[in-house]
Design a protein. Structure first.
Length: 139
């Protein structure tokens, strides 16, 4: 199995159609993003100074979008980190499996939409960074 690197985490443009009535954006399974969507969830009303995530998914891929406001996503492959600022709803961040992520620096009113490749499974999460690095170094 190919080891995930920071280069695998990438911004992907979301198609946008504009006319006199406004803008419409859309995401289609395995077309705009590299997986079929099995779950959708969103994060909002994050208190100032708080963060979200601080984990890795073992087998789930995710696509993260800022529908409103802005926030930072710091990704880590066990060898380095890269920070993305999400602040436009026509771009999303693709997060492959086995990518450590932390979301923070939420602006007031920020809404984070996450599309996931699998249904929720509490056993798919790694919350211990050292365990993540140990497992990720074997792949």
């Amino acid at each position: 199995m190919k080891k995930v690197t920071l280069e695998d985490c990438r911004l992907i443009a979301i198609p946008e159609v504009e006319d006199r009535r406004g803008k419409l954006s859309f995401i289609e399974n395995s077309r705009n993003i590299p997986f079929d969507i099995k779950r959708v969830f969103y994060i909002l009303d994050v208190p100032e100074g708080e963060g979200r995530a601080d984990h890795s998914n073992i087998s789930v891929e995710e696509f993260v979008i800022s529908l409103a406001g802005s926030f930072d996503v710091t990704v880590d492959d066990g060898n380095g980190q890269k920070k993305f600022t999400l602040n436009r709803p026509n771009f999303g961040l693709y997060l492959p499996k086995m990518t450590w992520r932390r979301l923070d620096n939420f602006s007031k009113g920020a809404i984070c939409l996450v599309l996931a490749s699998s249904l929720y499974d509490p056993n798919d999460y790694l919350f211990d960074y050292n365990e993540f690095r140990r497992i990720n170094s074997r792949e």
